[in-house]
Ligand binder design. Structure first.
Ligand SMILES: Cc1ncc(COP(=O)(O)O)c(C=O)c1O
Length: 446
């Protein structure tokens, strides 16, 4: 029986042809390296609700949702209408509209008492980059502490220890070393970045001791979603908060993926630990490129033109993104929508665990409200990136193709990504997904 990659190639000749054409024009044939999965990625022709269709007309239930960004589902009619209406009145002015303040109000309401002021960007990376600049400006210090294996976007000083460096470069488990993960970085990128493992307060404490008086801030994704999904251990975020407060360092909660997704007030609401700054993107744009950073008023007032820390951007707070984001957060992502998405995710993860246990396949499935992850070959929840990377990555690859061939995009396109639910997924989607899951697990050796 033909299966795996071979079947994928038989089913998707038009995606292959599209990718070959693109690869001659665009490095790797993709807009971002993560979009490339060997042998070639699917080329998407259409989408609606929980579904996408590739160029060959194959239909997929989508749990990648553009790396969890599409909380409202694809082509959500409420958001399509908001975009259409705004497009008829103009998409870019380089002058304010009232929409930015409307969206700001909604986010500030959700992050009650934590985000007091907010600035919009075009993407997550601009939000994290500017938050770090602001932390350094506000404290007059240089060092940023980050977590090994966490990804905060492709800017120079954050392309450090994002995971996957060879062990001789990455250092021992209890003392990770900062690694430069891209060519073209200045030595300053690693020199002023201290790297620690997730869920390890001792390492965090040591980083503060070793950089005594020079820690400008800590940037942290409160639950890891780029090293598989790894929730914070009880007390961990509280401990990080306390260390920052004691040292006068700025705590930057990177909620680009989690913000307004895992709860109306994101990870801040879910785990109750307050950052000084919060970075957002994905969910807040309703599928249109929008990012943001916000937080304490005294910090945010240091942003230009109120203060000396520069933040620029032609497309910042553009009306199209603001209209889409506003429709998404105020009309689609109601409290009930979060509840329903969480219920469906629980059904899905319970069902996956049941199949794995029936088939005797070792794997760990984790859920954080509306998203989740799977680690093949691990029986327990990993606590940090290194433990997660010990999962069976080969089996993950078989799983990926097995699910694609059965009409399901099971998660983002790598073992370290998550699956997520949208406001347009249904019980029927979950039923079909669990059928595909059972058949795939059977096929790949369970
Ligand atoms: C936690 C986190 N921070 C920052 C980013 C960068 O966001 P963007 O891709 O919008 O630049 C991402 C992207 O996936 C992310 O997951």
């Amino acid at each position: 029986m033909v299966q795996g990659i071979e079947l994928y190639e038989q089913r998707t000749p038009r995606s292959r042809a599209a990718w070959e054409r693109a690869a001659a024009l665009i490095p790797g044939g993709v807009g971002s390296a993560i979009q490339f999965t060997p042998p070639y990625p699917l080329s998407i022709a259409d989408s609606k609700g929980s579904r996408v269709w590739d160029l060959d007309g194959n239909e997929y239930i989508d749990y990648s949702l553009c790396y969890a960004a599409m909380v409202a589902g694809h082509a959500n009619p409420v958001i399509v209408e908001a975009i259409r209406r705004q497009a008829e009145h103009g998409t870019l002015f380089g002058m304010p509209t009232t929409l930015a303040a409307d969206l700001a109000e909604e986010i500030i309401r959700r992050y009650d008492g934590v985000i007091e002021m907010i600035r919009f960007t075009q993407s997550g990376v601009e939000a994290t980059q500017t938050a770090i600049r602001l932390a350094r400006a506000a404290t007059g210090r240089k060092t940023i502490v980050k977590i090994e294996g966490q990804y905060h976007g492709g800017t120079d000083h954050l392309l450090v220890s994002i995971g996957g460096a060879p062990p001789e470069a990455a250092g021992p488990d209890d003392r990770p070393r900062p690694t430069a993960d891209s060519a073209g970085l200045l030595p300053a990128s690693t020199e002023y970045t201290a790297v620690v493992s997730f869920n390890d307060l001792d390492q965090m404490r040591r980083a503060f001791d070793e950089h005594d008086g020079d820690v400008a801030g800590v940037i942290i994704e409160p639950a890891m979603t780029n090293g598989g999904v790894i929730p914070p251990a009880p007390g961990y975020l509280e401990g990080v908060r306390e260390l920052c407060t004691r040292a006068g360092a700025v705590l930057i909660m990177d909620e680009v993926k989690l913000g307004c997704r895992v709860a109306p007030g994101g990870a801040t609401e879910l785990w109750g630990v307050r950052g000084d700054l919060v970075t957002l993107a994905k969910a807040i744009g309703g599928g249109v490129p929008v990012g943001a950073f916000g937080g304490r008023r005294d910090l945010m007032e240091q942003i230009s033109p109120s203060g000396p820390t520069i933040h620029f951007g032609t497309y910042n707070a553009n009306p199209l993104g603001m209209a889409a984001g506003l429709a998404c957060l105020t009309k689609v992502m109601t409290d009930d929508a979060y509840k329903e998405m969480t219920r469906l995710t629980t059904r899905l993860t319970d069902g996956m665990r049941e199949v794995l246990s029936e088939r005797g396949m070792p794997a760990h499935v984790v859920q954080v409200t509306t998203l989740g992850g799977i680690f093949f070959g691990l029986e327990e929840q990993p606590r940090n990136f290194r433990e997660a990377a010990r999962c069976d990555q080969e089996r993950w690859r078989d799983y990926w193709f097995g699910m694609l061939n059965r009409g399901v995009i099971p998660m983002g396109s790598a073992w370290f990504e998550e699956f997520s639910m949208s406001a347009q997924h249904s019980d029927d989607d979950v039923d079909r997904t669990l059928e595909a899951f059972e058949a795939t697990i059977r096929e790949i050796g369970g």
